[in-house]
Every structure is written in structure tokens, then in C-alpha cells.
Design a protein around this ligand. Structure first.
Ligand SMILES: C[S@@+](CC[C@H](N)C(=O)[O-])C[C@H]1O[C@@H](n2cnc3c(N)ncnc32)[C@H](O)[C@@H]1O
Length: 509
């Protein structure tokens, strides 16, 4: 038998992780990992005498009577599994007509993700947040697990297929947060997350009875930066310190996505408000006095990028831009009168004096200017204080609007801050989490599903995690008073989910 096949058989027969296999073979983990992703026996396997080591290990094993070859049995699971789905649902007091939890007790569906999703009615879920097993990283030792496909392409195909079932169960204003990691083959990054996201947004599916064509719309590629990332022994590249989270919605939304960004706003880092040196409003004389101080201050503030941490009113005007680079005042009328009011007033007086806009231009020595003062459309404008005084001499109108049209002051240009804070942006800095006594179990830090649920799951909505693992999404949803459905292939994890979520309902498919 080909050596690579032999090695694979040995590993599967004994259900050992790649790390343990590396230890047994006395070879670096990265080398074993590289071998196992190949289709044919790599040349360097001979160099490490793998054939002899495997023979020795197998021989030792045949003498060891304790070798476990039989898969664990789950009598209760088997018993419940034999019930029809309706009977299972009834047992756990779940709505028989659809698999919808009635309250905030997480509903755990134990079984393969596709089988479980098929039990969930269309357009019933508000927010999906999940992290599937990454390709070729971990072995959960269970048939049907995602992540053990032979090639990245197969893995991407599978997750794309699952995404269509997710698309079906998602409400029209719902969202899908997909956290997925990448993998190296022969020191080369495979771009698996990006390839999957690209597939998902390129394919269109015909779903439902009405044969509707829908697909995924990618709203953000969120960078989950891990400030406590593990130190890594890599010598010829930089350590990986982030993962991506794709934020999708359906591309057929009729009403826009449910998105409560207010629940996640963060404080602004800096604000020009309440700066006693530079008051919001200044009169002509006060402004003149302060000019040298402004010039001095502006010398020390260098322009540092158009956005500089501010989200609104950026780049809208030179004043707005300057306001984030330094101190800037602009001269404005003290009172902003509606343009239509002044236009009606001036039209009335022009008619009374029987004079045309062209004649006014001529008297003032202007070309195509006065006409704008008598227009209500977008091309109209208000006369400047000086022009107002000149116009008054020509039309001889009363004093009604003189003060409002001529009184000016200087206004400090500031950024239009949102009163509830800043949009947190697409780089999420969240420390990784660990479960006590389970160091290798990759769990969500609670902050991750919390951000997804708060922003995209209304209080009466349902959050879904189709690869639930230890049930972090259910725990967070319950704490936030939301309903949740968790799908998990491993029935062993139910105890852990229960420990973390408290009371749960469960069914097997
Ligand atoms: C990365 S873990 C999820 C961890 C989870 N985010 C948490 O906070 O605990 C992925 C989970 O997907 C499960 N899984 C793998 N293949 C599956 C399948 N075909 N159907 C359902 N679940 C599956 C694994 O058993 C594992 O628990």
C-alpha cells in the first residue's frame, strides 16, 4: 500500500490528532500536516523512516488489548433519534409546525447542519453567527464533520452549499456573520475565506416554491484582530494576528437590513467641543484679535488623513476638512432665513418698482448675478450683506429683513458628531477565549456574537449558530434576551452547551 495511505489509515483507525501523530512519529507537526494534505506520498517521508515507525506502532498495538476500535454508543440518542421529528418536537414542547423556539431557552438541534437546517422554516431567522471548523485544522472524530475534505475546493463547495440553506432560513432583513480562518499548504496561504466569500456573492440561487433568484450581498469584511494572539515559531513570515468575519445579507432585501448600530456606538476619541480658547461664535472684532492664535495653533497641527477617526461631515467642504486639521472659522449670517421667504419679498418689491433683474445687474455693474436673488430653485442665492444694502437703494424696500440679512458672525467649524457615539468600524479588537479544562476547544469570545446579535437581531428575533460547538452564541443570545437555535453534530457537546447556557431544549435529527 502507498505509504501516505497507510499513514492516513493508521491515523483514522486510531482516531489520533495530527499533533499526537507527529509526536508518535517524532516528526514536526507542520511536516505531518503537510504530508496529510497531499494526494500522493511526498518524497521526504522515506527520509524519516515512516514505514518502519508505522510498522512498529502497529505491532505494539496488536499486543495492546485496550485498543478502542468501536465507536461510542449513545443509547438515549439512538432511542430519541428513532422517534419521528414531530414526536421529538412534541417531547421538548417545541412548536410542532415549525422548529421555532417559543422563548429565550436555546433550542439545540443535534445532527448534521444540512439535516437540521431543513427542519427550520424559511425566512424565520434574524441573525446567523457562526464559525465552522476551519479546513484541515481539527479532527472532531465524527462522520459527516466539516473541515476534513481532501482539498480546499471541496471544503468551499460544501460551505457554499450550506450557505444556500442558510439563505433560505434567513429573514429578508436578516444578516449572516461568518467567522472563518485560513490555512497554509506548503507555506502558502490558501485564501480560503476570500474564495468562499467570492463564491457566495457570485452564485445566485433559485429557492422556494416561487423559484426566486436570490444570493448573498457582502456588507463588510470585518477584521477580528486578536491582541492576545499566540506567539508563533514561524521564521519566514509574519505571525497571523487576525481572522476575518464576513458580514452578509440577502441581496433581495425589500426593506433594508435590520441594523441597530446605536447599540454598538463607541465614544469619540477627540472633540473640539468646549475648547475655551476657541469659542463656537465670534464677532468681527473678537475674531480679528484671535487670528494670530489660530495661525499659531494651525502651524502645529499637520493634516493627518482625511478621515482621522471621524465618521460624519468629512470631506464635505474645505471648512469641514480644515476643522479636523486645525482651527477654522467661517463668516456666516447670524440668522439663517429660508431662501424662499427672502425671494418672495424681493420679487414683490421688484414688481412694485417695475425693474428687471438685468437692469439691476447693469446698475450694480454685475453680469448674470441679480437674477439668482429672484430664483427659488437650486440655482437661487441670497444677496451678500453688501449687495443687500445696494439692492435696498435700488428697490427702496422697508427694514423688515435688514438685521437678519446683514448681521454676520464667525462660526467655528467642527465635525458633526453623532450624539450617541462613533460607529465602531470594521476592525474588531477582541481577545481570544478559552474554556477552562479544554485548552484546544476553539470557542467564540462572547463579544463576537454579542456584536452580531445586538446589531442585527431585534429583540423578538431569533439568532442561529449552525456550528454551535460549546454554545457561546446561545449563551450570549439568552443573556441579551433573544431566542436562539444552535445546531451541533456532536451529541457529546450538549452537556457543555447546557453547562454554559443553563436550561436548553434539544432535539435530534
Ligand atoms: C469551531 S467549532 C464552533 C465553536 C463555537 N463557535 C463556540 O463558541 O464554541 C465548530 C463546530 O462545528 C461542529 N460541526 C462540524 N461538522 C458539523 C456538521 N456537519 N454539522 C453540524 N456541526 C458540525 C463541530 O463539532 C464543532 O463543534
Amino acid at each position: 500500500m502507498e505509504l501516505l495511505k497507510k499513514l492516513n489509515n493508521y491515523r483514522l483507525r486510531n482516531k489520533i490528532s495530527q499533533q499526537n501523530l507527529a509526536k508518535k512519529l517524532k516528526v514536526a507537526y507542520s511536516t505531518v500536516n503537510r504530508w496529510l494534505t497531499r494526494k500522493t506520498t511526498p518524497n521526504d517521508m522515506q527520509k524519516y523512516n515512516i514505514e518502519e515507525t508505522l510498522n512498529a506502532l502497529t505491532k505494539k498495538q496488536s499486543l495492546n488489548t485496550k485498543t478502542i476500535t468501536k465507536e461510542k454508543e449513545y443509547p438515549i440518542r439512538e432511542r430519541i433519534k428513532n422517534l419521528k421529528i414531530k414526536e421529538q418536537l412534541a417531547m421538548y414542547e417545541i412548536d410542532i409546525n415549525n422548529t421555532i423556539p417559543k422563548n429565550n431557552t436555546p433550542l439545540v438541534i443535534i445532527g448534521d447542519v444540512m439535516d437540521a437546517l431543513r427542519k427550520i422554516p424559511s425566512e424565520s431567522i434574524s441573525c446567523i453567527v457562526t464559525s465552522p471548523p476551519y479546513w484541515n485544522l481539527r479532527d472532531y472524530y465524527i462522520e459527516g464533520q466539516i473541515g476534513r475534505e481532501r482539498t480546499p475546493e471541496e471544503y468551499i463547495n460544501k460551505l457554499t452549499e450550506i450557505s444556500y440553506e442558510l439563505l433560505r432560513v434567513l429573514k429578508k432583513d436578516g444578516a449572516y456573520f461568518l467567522n472563518i480562518g485560513d490555512t497554509y499548504i506548503d507555506k502558502g496561504l490558501q485564501l480560503i475565506p476570500q474564495r468562499l466569500a467570492y463564491r457566495m456573492i457570485s452564485d445566485v440561487q433559485t429557492i422556494g416554491k416561487n423559484k426566486k433568484k436570490i444570493g448573498w450581498l457582502l456588507r463588510n469584511q470585518i477584521i477580528w484582530h486578536k491582541p492576545n494572539h499566540m506567539p508563533s515559531p514561524v521564521k519566514s513570515r509574519f505571525t497571523n494576528t487576525y481572522e476575518v468575519i464576513y458580514f452578509f445579507s440577502r441581496n433581495d432585501w425589500e426593506k433594508d437590513l435590520y441594523f441597530d448600530i446605536d447599540s454598538l456606538r463607541i465614544p469619540y476619541k477627540s472633540s473640539q467641543e468646549n475648547n475655551p480658547d476657541f469659542p463656537k461664535y465670534l464677532g468681527e472684532e473678537e475674531y480679528k484679535k484671535i487670528i494670530p492664535i489660530i495661525e499659531d495653533k494651525n502651524k502645529s497641527t499637520k493634516y493627518n488623513g482625511k478621515f482621522k477617526g471621524n465618521e460624519r461631515n468629512i470631506g464635505a467642504s474645505p471648512g469641514g476638512r480644515q476643522s479636523i486639521t486645525g482651527i477654522n472659522y467661517i463668516k456666516k449670517r447670524k440668522v439663517e432665513l429660508p431662501r424662499e421667504v427672502i425671494c418672495d419679498y424681493l420679487r414683490k418689491w421688484r414688481k412694485t418698482r417695475n425693474i428687471s433683474a438685468e437692469e439691476i445687474d447693469k446698475i450694480l455693474g454685475y453680469k448674470h448675478t441679480a437674477g439668482h436673488w429672484f430664483r427659488k430653485d437650486a440655482g437661487g442665492s441670497l444677496p451678500t450683506p453688501d449687495d443687500w444694502k445696494k439692492l435696498k437703494k435700488i428697490l427702496n424696500f422697508d427694514d423688515k429683513y435688514d438685521t437678519q440679512m446683514t448681521e454676520m458672525h464667525y462660526v467655528l467649524q467642527t465635525i458633526d458628531y453623532h450624539p450617541k457615539g462613533k460607529n465602531p468600524g470594521d476592525i474588531w479588537e477582541i481577545k481570544t477565549a478559552k474554556l477552562p479544562n479544554r485548552p484546544h476547544f476553539s470557542v467564540f469570545p462572547e463579544e463576537l456574537p454579542r456584536k452580531a446579535i445586538l446589531s442585527c437581531c431585534p429583540s423578538d428575533g431569533i439568532a442561529l449558530d449552525p456550528f454551535a460547538g460549546s454554545g457561546t452564541t446561545g449563551k450570549v443570545a439568552k443573556e441579551l434576551n433573544r431566542k436562539s437555535i444552535l445546531i451541533e453534530l456532536q451529541s457529546d457537546f450538549v452537556k457543555l452547551i447546557q453547562e454554559r447556557c443553563g436550561e436548553i431544549s434539544k432535539i435530534f435529527v
